[in-house]
Design a protein around this ligand. Sequence first.
Ligand SMILES: [Zn+2]
Length: 91
Amino acid sequence: MSSRFEYYTTVRSETREGVTYEIKRDTVTGHLSCSCPAWRYQHLPTNERYCKHTRALMQISDEDRRQVTQRPVTERELREMVARALVEAIG
Ligand SMILES: [Zn+2]
């Protein structure tokens, strides 16, 4: 059975031990979804929803993105990747 949504990565909560969020990618639109409460409870169509995890994943470098889609990542790592991408953008 094929699905329009493919597994993208898993994000580990920094503050809540043992809690993970699963990120999926819409293969048609490329939009990311997340299993965290902030994403799930937004009163918007799914293709207009964002959370800190999907926003971070859109901001990191292509190289970091390749890493992240091959293994689980922590919120702390994601934050560091976003900071690195910003530094690189500014030069
Ligand atoms: Zn999320």
